[in-house]
Design a protein around this ligand. Structure first.
Ligand SMILES: NC(=O)c1ccc[n+]([C@@H]2O[C@H](COP(=O)([O-])OP(=O)(O)OC[C@H]3O[C@@H](n4cnc5c(N)ncnc54)[C@H](O)[C@@H]3O)[C@@H](O)[C@H]2O)c1
Length: 679
């Protein structure tokens, strides 16, 4: 018979060793957003199991007291967060020296975790949600405390294993192994669906990591600003053949949404030197973005919006205009008055259109909120009518020369769900895609990911703005803006990064780079650390990248050889990064598109100035990117093939990518059709 006392005596890392006594329930700060109640449909016996699961963290003498509290959390919130164990006050990513630890990696990862839970950063900090509605650092505060203590104890001879937020323990490894391996929400194939997911999450055995939330690498909103900036510039190149050196001067971009992610649109268009009008129905969101300086002017009629835009177009200066109103009204006005729009997109939350994500034409934001409560069916009908009208307006504008692209918000799918089958390429269902492109199919995939350009990022762990400034300068010196148009865009971005005041939280920077660029910059930073010019740096990336993510509706939407339903690239990337010595590796189910729809992974690498880390940079950073480029090349993507050819030639004897031979498509088609027609 095993007794709790035996387990307790066999552990040195446990809540009792972290806390002298059971903490009081912390006070919740009033204006901090709280997560809504999560889906909960556990049976009685499953509820018992969920409670037993959570109490596994709790020493026996506290269990009587905590059992009813945890049950209450489960029934009222849908999850057990263990609020009582949240450290009181503000959590923030402090300078690394504040943290205890046996190795720099253990301390560095504590900075990253705390940054992900900062009130200024996290969407629902009390529920450990960093972003993306449900993306959590871990499931509950008991896990948080234990992970932090494990990171304090971690040595370079050990690896901490974290499964869906649960710290399984420290296991002996070696200095070349990752210090931390994280997985989130990975499910066995036949159970990999929403229903089983909700059950597992409520039972406390699954965490939704999104991407950099559970991968501890979120750096606030600047990540999406750079991505949107690149998307807009490349959309302009694609649509009106803008030159490599060009920017959006004089060009008009129209979209909707100034919310969590969509709020980046105004700032991005201004940095790209264009003119943007972004429609937003919620006045409070407009005010937030205006206070942050992410939109410069607010107007309340379409006429004022387009008039102001015209003035700035003529003056050739940039501006982000917030139109307080519905995007459909804005487009209606543009169509009626024959106003040319260069680039058009949409970032309403169409992935949850009927749950309030899309405000139908004819309702104010307040009326929409009321109607959601009182007449959901009526609301749904209005959404469908509005989406159909929205689509007709886009069609007209596209006929007149506008370039429209779906920006990863399921807009096209929502229009299809509203009954518009002609939006499908095959005229009946979404299997063959839609008549308008998604941004990855048309822009990010071929123009960025296929070359290896992706959202490389770093955090200056000292927390010193001067370290960030030095790294900005150093990164800039590694980029040749004349090499490719992407390099020019990235050069401009990093040159102006400080001026654009993008930092929220830790001293972090995002900079889209290809394999070579990432390696050069990483080596340079490590050298700066070695020479004492800056303190240690955490390198990483968003999972929304070339190699780390298999996601047929987003990151791998431009993989057309049929392998877009495979998840092997993400897993190879993860395993390869682990075997090449990244400090932390992570692998998740879902990401930005939902459970079962993607597998995505990321990494963290701490630059400590050592020669050892130089070696890791050379082998791991290159692999992390080029594994993805190789897969894209094998799928037949032209730019990826070119990049891979150059890679093979660059360093013969070291790396070697298998390249495809491209057959004559017309010959094959004729052969197949002729043969099949005969039979
Ligand atoms: N492309 C990407 O990389 C990427 C990244 C993140 C999110 N997304 C997707 O973009 C969408 C938006 O994300 P978010 O985090 O900004 O969501 P959000 O819900 O915070 O913001 C959407 C905003 O749209 C406004 N809105 C809704 N209907 C409107 C209408 N008809 N007219 C004008 N405004 C309207 C809402 O009031 C809200 O403020 C989501 O579907 C998300 O999944 C894409």
């Amino acid at each position: 018979m095993v007794h709790n006392i035996d387990a307790s005596n066999a552990m040195t890392i446990k809540l009792e060793s972290i806390l002298d006594e059971l903490p009081d329930m912390p006070q919740f700060v009033d204006d901090i957003r709280r997560a809504p109640k999560r889906h909960f449909s556990l049976s009685k016996s499953e509820t018992v199991l969920a409670l037993k699961n959570a109490l596994r963290y709790i020493p026996e003498h506290w269990q009587d007291m905590l059992a009813p509290e945890f049950l209450d959390e489960l029934l009222t919130r849908g999850r057990i967060y263990g609020y009582r164990f949240r450290p009181p006050g503000k959590i923030t990513g402090h300078p690394i020296d504040i943290y205890k630890g046996q190795c720099v990696e253990g301390r560095a990862l504590q900075v990253m975790i705390d940054n992900n839970l900062d009130f200024d950063i996290a969407l629902y900090p009390y529920e450990l949600v960093t972003y993306g509605e449900t993306g959590q650092v871990c499931q509950n505060w008991m896990q948080y405390l234990l992970i932090k203590r494990y990171l304090e104890e971690l040595t370079r001879e050990q690896t901490l294993v974290v499964s869906s937020g649960h710290p399984l323990g420290l296991f002996a490894s070696n200095p070349d192994a990752p210090r931390v391996i994280i997985t989130n929400g990975l499910m066995v194939g036949m159970f990999d669906d929403q229903e089983n997911w909700h059950r597992a999450a409520a039972l406390g055995v699954a965490n939704y990591g999104q991407m950099t939330a559970g991968g501890w690498m979120y750096i606030g909103p600047q990540g999406i600003v750079h991505g949107t900036y690149c998307t807009l510039l490349n959309a302009a190149r694609r649509k009106f053949g803008m030159s490599s050196e060009g920017d959006l001067t004089g060009h008009l971009f129209v979209s909707s949404g100034l919310g969590g992610m969509s709020g980046a649109q105004g700032k991005s268009v201004e940095i790209a030197r264009g003119i943007g009008i972004v429609a937003e129905v919620d006045d409070s969101r407009i005010r937030t973005r205006h206070n942050q300086g992410w939109v410069s002017k607010i107007v309340d009629t379409p006429a004022k919006a387009f008039l102001l835009a015209k003035k700035y177009q003529e003056d050739k200066s940039s501006i982000a205009i917030a139109f307080h109103g519905n995007i459909v009204d804005l487009l209606e006005y543009a169509v009626k008055n024959n106003i040319p729009i260069d680039l058009l997109s949409d970032q309403t939350s169409c992935h949850v259109a009927y749950d309030g994500g899309y405000c139908p034409q004819g309702l104010t934001f307040e009326q929409r909120t009321e109607m959601l409560k009182t007449d959901h069916n009526g609301f749904k009908k209005m959404v469908d009518i509005s989406l159909r009208r929205h689509y007709e307006l886009i069609k007209t504008l596209v006929r007149r020369g506008t370039y429209f692209f779906d920006y990863g918000n399921s807009f096209l799918k929502a229009v299809f769900d509203a009954g518009v089958t002609e939006i499908c390429k095959n005229g009946k269902d979404a299997m063959d895609g839609f008549v308008f492109p998604s941004y990855v199919e048309d822009i990010m995939g071929p123009m960025m990911f296929d070359y290896g350009y992706g959202p490389f990022r770093w955090v200056c762990l000292t927390g010193k703005p001067e370290d960030l400034e030095k790294t900005d300068q150093a990164a800039m010196s590694c980029i040749n803006p004349k090499r490719r148009f992407q390099d020019k865009d990235n050069y401009t971005w990093i040159r102006d990064a400080k001026k654009n005041r993008l930092v929220v939280g830790t001293q972090a920077r995002i900079l889209y780079q290809d394999a070579l660029g990432r390696m050069k910059i990483a080596l340079k930073f490590n050298d700066m650390v070695r020479k004492g010019g800056i303190g240690p740096v955490m390198l990483g990336r968003d999972h929304h990248d070339t190699g780390g993510t298999d996601s047929p509706f987003r990151e791998t939407a431009n993989i057309k050889d049929g392998s877009n339903i495979m998840a092997e690239m993400a897993i190879q990337c993860f395993a390869g990064n682990a075997s090449r010595g990244m400090s932390m590796v992570s692998l998740h189910n879902g990401g930005g598109v939902g459970i079962g729809k993607a597998i995505n992974g990321g990494f963290g690498l701490v630059l400590d100035g050592s020669d050892h880390v130089d070696d890791i940079i050379r082998r791991a950073i290159t692999w992390d990117v080029m594994g993805g480029v190789a897969r894209r090349a094998w799928a037949g993507n032209k730019n990826a093939i070119e990049t891979s050819i150059a890679f093979n030639q660059d360093d013969p004897g070291q790396n070697h990518i298998t390249l495809p031979f491209i057959p004559d498509e017309a010959m094959i088609e004729k052969l197949v059709l002729d043969t099949l027609d005969k039979n």
